[in-house]
Design a protein around this ligand. Structure first.
Ligand code: SF4
Ligand code: SF4
Length: 65
């Protein structure tokens, strides 16, 4: 699960169009990243495109466990 969205998400939609893999989906309470689709933007960008656009800094790159 490379990128997670924590509960600070305000559902602003800013990150959704940034994702080249359509990995960001609405969850029960806020947006979530579909770990099966997220590639950390590999092949598209050098770094995750979603994280810098989030106004509340609630998207986090987490190491694979
Ligand atoms: S890191 Fe890239 S592929 Fe993963 S959710 Fe963010 S924008 Fe989508
Ligand atoms: S940009 Fe951040 S606050 Fe906005 S929907 Fe995405 S994760 Fe939530």
């Amino acid at each position: 699960m490379p990128v997670i969205i924590d509960s600070d998400c305000i559902n602003c939609d800013m990150c959704v169009p940034e994702c080249p893999n359509e990995a960001i989906e609405m969850g029960p309470a806020h947006y979530v990243v579909n770990a099966d689709k997220c590639t950390e933007c590999e092949g598209f960008y050098d770094a995750p495109a979603c994280i810098p656009v989030c106004p509340v800094d609630c998207m986090h790159l987490v190491p694979d466990s």
